[in-house]
Design a protein around this ligand. Sequence first.
Ligand code: NAP
Length: 684
Amino acid sequence: MNKLEHYVLGQWQSGTGDGKPLLSAVNGAAIASITSEGLNFGDVLGYARDVGGKALRKYTFHERALMLKAVAQHLNEKKADLYTLSTETGATRKDSWIDIDGGIATMFVYSSKGRREMPNSTVYLDGAPEMLSRNGTFVGQHVCTPLLGAAVHINAYNFPCWGMLEKLAPTILAGVPAIVKPASSTAYLTEAVVKEIIAAGILPDGALQLICGGVGDMFNHLGAQDVIAFTGSKNTAEKLQQHPQVIAESVRFTAETDSLNASILGPDAKPGTPEFDLFIKEVVTEMVSKAGQKCTAIRRIIAPGALATDLVRALSDELGKIRVGNPGSKEVDMGALASQGQRKEVRERVQELGLEAEVVYGNRDDFELTDADMAKGAFFMPTLLHCQKPLNATRVHSVEAFGPVSTVLPYDTLDEAIELARLGNGSLAGSIVTNDNDVARELVLGCAAWHGRMLILNRHCAGESTGHGSPLPHMVHGGPGRAGGGEELGGIRGVLHYMQRTALQGSPQTLSAIGHRWIRGADVKEEKRHPFRKTFEELQIGDTVHTDAREVTLDDVNHFAEFTGDHFYAHMDEKSAAKNPFFDGRVAHGYLIVSFAAGLFVDPDFGPVLANSGLDSLRFAQPVNIGDSLKVRLTCKQKTLRIDSGYGEVRWDTEVTNQDDEIVAAYDVLTMVATQEEWDKVKS
Ligand code: NAP
């Protein structure tokens, strides 16, 4: 039998012994065997730290982001075979799309966010400088640098592709090597994905290693710079979090565990409203997608008591239309659970729930199967329960049947709905279906502290909604309490989980040199040659222009008002302006100040500055009165090369001051500046 291989120490290797057989969820046929016996886990960690980490840290965030894009593009080309293999896990094509295309999309999003929201550098600046002293010679800046250890990713069986890629993307972007340990039962799909990634030759050696099977004594070798990112059951998380080495070394541990996610139907969403129909659709989708084996699936259906009968009828009708069977068949809506063991587990959990709730649909073995054999595959009928007194119950809020199983919990008041949602003791995802924004607000404020993510669904967003159960790379994934207390994804937030945040304190000059971003108070350099005449490479952080002064006259203000159409009283009506507590009389328009500033600092001739792409953080600090005199300091603050584009973004720190040297406006000007090569082409 094909034995799954490990990718460790720069090569593919097999474990010793025969290993445990892995069976198809659909027909029980043996697919592969799995064993990690014989691996030296200490060496694997050492290889990640000494080879992978060192190699990754040499690249900038943008270079690493481009690696993610290349990996995603490669997987996109190769995904047909992955889809075929994915069927064996019990996944329909739609399920596989979430797992495979969802994983690839996550890589693309991180690639794009990494290049848009992180500097083309090796240090990430977290927030603006903090002024810590009166004279500005002592300042603070938070910076994030990659951890020097390895990220150990332990994944659950339900998303063998997405589960790996959603952790891998932020880890690689951070500059940290990953050791991936998929759940055994579906590890053959993860192995196939890793084989493609390694074959593509995009990631540096040691950046990604794969272990199929147990992690042996790896935890004994963990150190303070390593990170565990765990996805799986709460029980396993608790066990691993208590490992003595994890405690002794304060190893960072992120846990994404199970949760009894709720969806709440608002009292306004009666039968006949679009929201009632949306709710039915959402609940059924969540129950049958991945055969309910989603950590974010709706397990608890919280609905107004008066609507419970209608709701149970409507849900049962829709569940009756779900065709269960061979996930490779086009007619099938729901495939199999991951294994026979998992089916046995789900049956037992339903029995437990049955002590507090009545089964109102499903939970039978004599249902119709399409193109499949009940004895060989791990099929389970979608099952709906109804608990009449949920506030007095405990199991319906704590027992996770990890399959197509959900329970209706009626409520009378919104406070009761909130209380029921909270009884889940912490969830990854919650949803509220209502077209009443007051109800939405009350429920969100009552439930948000117990949830990592909440969807508020109604007729206005349903057409484009991504649904209750889909974690998105842009939004945080994770939840408090039962859900593990961890957080992943959420855009760049997810990258920072693999980095150390350090508070730097020192002089503006030193902190500017460390962070490659000019800080007010650091040295400036003014040359005869205007910085707008310099190419991206020639420009240096700190290059500065101090402009001449320009007086603002009454004619200027009148002209600006006429020209733009902005006749706001503070600029045009002396008496009214004087009544305003901020002004003594007519003042210049803020946009006039910004426009005059541009007129003062711009060098007009054809040059390497290609375009002005925006302003950031514009603040008007003081009014500009008629007769005031304005001048500008413009300093090159930060340079971000856009790799292979022929230009880079240059951020200019801009300060407009008056005749008394008081700041009247401060902001960042953003420009696109040509590289030398591009400029030579453009000007010729
Ligand atoms: P699990 O049994 O807890 O296993 C999770 C992972 O932990 C697997 O890779 C497993 O490997 C590994 N593991 C188990 N014991 C270990 C040990 N002593 N040392 C190191 N690793 C160990 O969970 P599962 O059955 O795979 O997944 C289902 C559960 O995960 C459900 O409860 C579900 O709610 C939860 N889940 C949560 C999320 C989330 O994002 N929050 C996502 C998906 C699933 P082996 O398979 O080799 O034992």
